[in-house]
Structure formats: C-alpha cells, structure tokens
Design a protein around this ligand. Structure first.
Ligand code: HEM
Length: 191
C-alpha cells in the first residue's frame, strides 16, 4: 500500500474537484463545467510529476527525488484515475450544456484518453515483459502526447477573455516540466 498512495491521491483529488464544482456551480451546466475544469487542473501537477520524475532524479539525486522516480508508475496511475474522473465530468458537462461537438474536435482528446488507458493497462511488470521494446515506445510516445494536449488546452486559453490566470498556470507548469526533461537529457549526454 505504501507505494500505491499516489493512486489514492489522484482518486481523492479528482473526486474533491467534482465535489467543489457541484458545490459552487449555479446550475447543472455550470456545476459540471467547473468540475470538468477543476479535475483537469488538479490532474496536471500529478501528470507532470510523472512526466518529470526521472529528470528530477537525474538532476537532483536525493531520497525524495529517488522515491518519486521509483514510484512513478503509481504517480502515472494516480493521474489516470484523476483524468478518468475528468472524463466523467466532461460527459456530464456536455450533457448538461447540450453543446454539440463534432467528431473531429473529439479526436485529439480522444487519442489522449486512448494513450492514458493503454498506459494504465500496461503499467505492470507482466505487460513490460510481454511488450518488450514496444512498452518503452508506447509509454514515451504516450507521455509526450498527453503533455502536448495539456499544453494546447492551456495555450488556447490565452485567446479567451479572462482566462489569463489558468492559461499561465498550465503553460508555465508544462514548460517547466519540459525544461527539466531537456536539462536531464543534456546532463545525460555530457556524462
Ligand atoms: C475527447 C476528450 C475531451 C473533451 C471532449 C474535453 C473537453 C473539455 C471541456 C468541455 C472542458 C471545460 C472547458 C471550460 O468550461 O472552460 C475541458 C477542460 C480542460 N481539459 Fe479537456 N477534454 C477532453 C480531453 C482532455 C485531455 C485528454 C486533456 C489532457 C491531457 C484535457 C485537458 C483539459 C484542460 C487542461 C482543461 C482546462 C482546465 C482549466 O481550465 O484549468 N482534456 N475539456
């Protein structure tokens, strides 16, 4: 259980975001819209910790960063849990608002969900053994794609009036995590 606590954290954080949305929204569309935004917002730091876990460990090796690195599977599963809750909130938000979405608009996010679920399902030793080199390919491509979708979701908010704080929050966190990965990669090339 000790190593699994990030999974529990992702579940609790996602459910807390839903609760907050439902408790503060004015009507069903507003409630589920808030729940959708806040579940994504809370999922981002959990995702980025998974994304940057090995980089943190390489750049600043200490007990804490090594523990995060060792435990990144569970951080990833925590993110998958919180983002599954985001998916539920999205469905409720779309139902409540009656907003129609084209199939094309669902493709980028839908593919990110495919990546999230495939990665979660293969986050175990047996799948690593069976998939061999393809495991690494799947997880590397998947994690960068999910990063891209977060980045695009927040960067797009710069164009929306009044959304500067959340756009800055998301874009800044995504860029810091990317910078960590680049710095760790460069350090690895020098040594
Ligand atoms: C087909 C799948 C998806 C649909 C239909 C969808 C739709 C939505 C909707 C309706 C919102 C609330 C928008 C608002 O009220 O301002 C939202 C927020 C958001 N979604 Fe998604 N989404 C999907 C998948 C994803 C994925 C896979 C990610 C990340 C990897 C993501 C990241 C975000 C972010 C970052 C926000 C904004 C949170 C904030 O305001 O802080 N979404 N999404």
């Amino acid at each position: 259980m000790t190593r699994r606590w990030p999974l529990l954290l992702g579940l609790i954080a996602g459910l807390a975001a839903i609760y907050l949305g439902l408790a503060t929204g004015s009507d069903a569309a507003d409630q589920w819209g808030r729940a959708a935004r806040w579940t994504a917002r809370i999922g981002l730091p959990i995702f980025l910790l998974t994304y940057a876990a090995s980089s943190l460990g390489r750049l600043w090796p200490n007990d804490l960063t090594r523990a995060i690195w060792r435990n990144r599977r569970w951080w990833g599963l925590g993110f998958a849990a919180s983002h599954s809750i985001h998916l539920y909130a999205l469905i409720r938000a779309l139902q409540a608002s009656g907003e129609e979405r084209t199939l094309a608009s669902l493709i980028p996010g839908g593919l990110a969900y495919l990546a999230i679920f495939l990665m979660a399902l293969t986050s175990n030793d047996a799948a690593m053994r069976v998939l061999g080199k393809n495991w690494k390919r799947l997880h590397s491509a998947g994690i960068h794609y999910i990063w891209l979708i977060f980045m695009l979701a927040y960067a797009g908010r710069f164009a929306e009036p009044g959304k500067l704080p959340e756009a800055s929050y998301g874009v800044l966190l995504c860029l810091v995590a990317l910078a960590l990965r680049i710095a760790a990669w460069r350090k690895g090339k020098r040594t």
